[in-house]
Structure formats: C-alpha cells, structure tokens
Design a binder for this molecule. Structure first.
Ligand code: GDP
Length: 447
C-alpha cells in the first residue's frame, strides 16, 4: 500500500521508545530522520517532507505528553495528526445531481475509475451514468461499456465517433435521466498540446461541477508538472489515486494534491468496479501507521455479509449466534471473507493486525492462506449435506474419500475439521454472553 515503507520504518523506530515516558532530542531526531527517509523514498516532494518533519520535531519537543501517556504514544499521536493535516480533507462530494469530469494521462486508470465511481454513487442511491469520450485509445469504448455493465450503471459512448466534444454533447443529452454523470476523457502518453486543447473544449461543453485528476499511485516526481498543467487548463478539484493495491509508493500523488491545492476524493485498489473507497484522511493514515481502520472494516464486513445473504435467503448470520455452528455456516463465512477482498488488505484494517504484524509474516503467507481457503471450499463441496450439518460424523474412511474426491489430502481435511471446531467453540462463547455484552462488543468493533 501507499507509503507502506513509512508505516514499517516508523513502527520500528517507535519501538525503540518502548518503556520510555520522556523524549530527548536524540530520540526525536532519530524518528524525524526515519520519517524523512521513508517519505523521500516514496517520492514525496522534498519541500513537503521538510515542512512535515519540522512540525513533527517542534511539537514532539515542545508539547508535554499528557499524564500517563508513554513517549511512544505521544509521538505516534503527533505524527498521526501531522500526516492527517498533510493529506488534507477528502474532496467534498455532495450526494446530489452533478457532472464530474475525469482527466489524466493514458493508463492512469480513468476508465476504470469512472465505472468504479459510478458504482459507488449507485450504492448511495443515486442514478449514475458514464460518458466515454475517448476516441484516441483503441478499445476504450468496449472497455468502458463492459465496466459500466458490470457496475450496472447507464452508459453512453459512440464507437464510430471521432469527435470527443461532439460525443460529450450527445452524451449529456442521452443521459438526461441520470443524477450523476461521469465524463471520461482521452489521455495520451505524455501531456501534449492537443490533449490539453481537447479536454478544455470538453470542459466547456459539459460544464462540470467537479474535475478530478486520476493518478496512478506509482507516479513519481512527474506528478507535479502534470498536476500543474491540468490545474491551469481546467482546474482540479480533487484527485483519484489508483492502483494502491500494487507496490506503489504514492508520494507523487500526495505532491500533486499539494500542487493543485486540491484534495483526495477516491482511492482505487483493484481492477473490479467495487475496488474503490472514498478517501477518509483519518482512516487512511491510521491504516498507514498500522493503527487499523475499524470504520472501513465494519463497512466491508457488512457489505460482504449482505451479499452472501442475498444469494442465499435461508442463511442468516444471526442464526449462527443461536443454533449450532455447522460447516455450512463456516462455508458462508468463507464466502463472505472472499468478498471482502484480499486478506492482506482486510488485515491492514484491523488494529494491531496492520503493517506491524503483517511484516512479520513471510510475503507469501497470505497467499498460502487464500490457497488453503480454496482447498477448504473444494473439500466442503465433496462432503454430503449430513456431514456439512454435523461434521462429527466424518471418520477415518470418509476423510480419505473426501480428500480423494476433492483432489486434496487427508491432512487438509483434518485441518478444516479442526478449524471448524475451533470456530464453533468461539461462537459458543459468544452465545454464552448476555445481550448487553454482545452489543458492547459490536460497538467496540466499530458500530
Ligand atoms: P485509462 O487509460 O486512464 O482509462 O486507464 P484504464 O482505466 O484503462 O486503466 C489502465 C490499466 O490499469 C487497466 O489495465 C486497469 O485494469 C488497471 N487499473 C486501473 N485501476 C486499477 C487499480 O486500482 N488497481 C489495479 N491493480 N489496476 C488498475
């Protein structure tokens, strides 16, 4: 994830403060150096880095930690607050009728983001439409149309048209029923005069309420010039950072935000239409610093549970808290987990499980887990209904057969059964809790 290195190195230098209640100058200098090093290597602009590290240094030395706070928590709080101030607020996006223009270089993720944003608005109860004006890139029309279909939103484009401004005009008319129109534009490999001229004309034609610059998180120092040019030509209200799921550094995008005096609107983290989230500074920085993001996590859990439930009317997660916890329930839970997205992203959102813990796992540990989940699923597919309802009936002979039937091995079948009984015990503990305890726990988990 973006600035990943910052979270990791910051945590390790903060760990050296363990047990201390007061900070001395050497401690602060050490930490500030660490922060500078990681921000610079993540391509954050030098002057921004200096600004940030100066304020952290001054505050860490001057502010008195409140009684009972450790030096570590004191610094962490200051770093957190300064980072939140650096990334700024999220771009204001009222949930009302509006036209949004997307700008950016080719390959930055505009077309993908247009569909993702449309999907996002649709989850808020609005009716969005994507207007595709890119006549430059072969395949842009088909790609945009397909993604709009997947997002289940209205779409306008003209596969035979060659005048983007004309397409934009027709698109605005054709999507008159929509509340939110997202206008995708062509990019080029580099900023060329004709690209700027074209987007200026489209801007005049559609008269957007907001223009957003789409930037690949991997963009480095080049972000600054690009941001300035788009800012001068059409004015940038916000930035969409894409491909945060890659090994991106992300610093360039932060620099662009600063250069345009704008803010971050959305974060993209994958290739499907649901891989988008609204930027929220505090959650974002908490995740970055390994403090977890409970709000995002609980939203994702809720959505995944809802989808799983929609698919199977008979299954209600609340039943698990009443009757017995069967393998069928476990399978549903795994389906829901799968919908939440890659496990490592989910883990990043859990306080205490974020960066720090993940760093201690080998890189492929998560893949192994997902691989195992897939095996578990195959095993469950090979089991009879009776076995799924009551896994205790599975004996030696059945274990052997199930392993063969599912193309796995006996060890994995046994692991599945063990995992099930472990989860069953946990659920039983929940069941033993009073109503009040349960509510308190849900609240704690971000409700
Ligand atoms: P455009 O030229 O700006 O319209 O860029 P596209 O939307 O076509 O995106 C370029 C490539 O990046 C495509 O292969 C997309 O699937 C991919 N892409 C876009 N956003 C993301 C993202 O958030 N994560 C990942 N992994 N890939 C993305």
């Amino acid at each position: 994830m973006v600035l990943d290195d910052l979270g990791t190195s910051l945590r390790s230098s903060l760990d050296t403060l363990q047990g201390k209640t007061r900070l001395d100058e050497d401690d602060v200098e050490e930490i500030v150096k660490e922060i500078q090093r990681s921000l610079l290597s993540a391509d954050v602009d030098v002057s921004l880095v200096m600004e940030l590290s100066d304020s952290i240094e001054t505050r860490a030395l001057e502010e008195e930690p409140p009684g009972g706070t450790t030096a570590r928590d004191h610094v962490l709080k200051i770093v957190y607050e300064e980072m939140v101030a650096l990334v700024g607020d999220s771009t204001a996006l009222p949930l009302e009728s509006q036209t949004i223009l997307l700008a950016g270089l080719q390959g930055s993720g505009k077309t993908t983001s247009a569909a993702k944003m449309a999907w996002w608005f649709s989850t808020k109860g609005l009716r969005p439409a994507v207007i595709q004006t890119d006549t430059f890139r072969p395949g842009a029309y088909d790609q945009a149309k397909q993604m709009a279909e997947r997002a289940e939103v209205d779409f306008y484009g003209d596969p035979d048209g060659d005048d983007p401004v004309e397409i934009a005009r027709e698109g605005m008319e054709a999507t008159a029923d929509a509340d939110v129109r997202i206008v995708d534009t062509a990019g080029r490999h580099a900023l060329e005069d004709d690209l700027i001229a074209e987007i200026e004309e489209i801007e005049r034609e559609v008269d957007p309420d907001r223009s957003l610059l789409v930037l690949d998180a991997a963009i480095g120092q080049g972000a600054k010039d690009q941001a300035r040019q788009f800012e001068e030509s059409i004015g940038i209200d916000g930035v969409v950072i894409t491909k945060l799921d890659g090994t991106a550094k992300g610093g360039g995008a932060l620099t662009a935000v600063n250069e345009t005096g704008s803010s971050i609107a959305f974060l993209g983290s994958g290739e499907t239409v649901q891989d988008i989230e609204r930027f929220e500074p505090s959650g974002f920085i908490s995740r970055l610093l390994g403090m977890g993001d409970l709000k995002q996590l609980s939203e994702r859990v809720e959505r995944a549970m809802q989808e799983t439930q929609e698919e199977d009317d008979d299954w209600d997660p609340e039943d698990m808290l009443e009757g017995s916890f069967t393998l069928k329930d476990m399978k549903k839970q795994m389906d829901a987990m799968n919908r939440m997205g890659p496990l490592d992203q989910v883990m990043d959102m859990i306080p205490g499980m974020g960066g720090g813990m993940m760093d201690q796992l080998p890189d492929d540990a998560m893949d192994v887990t997902q691989d195992r989940m897939r095996k578990f699923e195959r095993i469950m597919d090979s089991m009879t209904d009776e076995e799924l309802e009551n896994p205790r009936v599975v004996g030696q002979e059945r274990t052997r057969r199930i392993a063969r039937g599912s193309g796995t091995d006996e060890e994995t079948v046994r692991q599945l059964l063990e995992q099930h009984s472990m989860m069953e015990r946990t659920i039983e503990q929940f069941q033993g809790m009073g109503e009040g305890d349960m509510q308190r726990m849900m609240k704690k988990m971000g409700g």
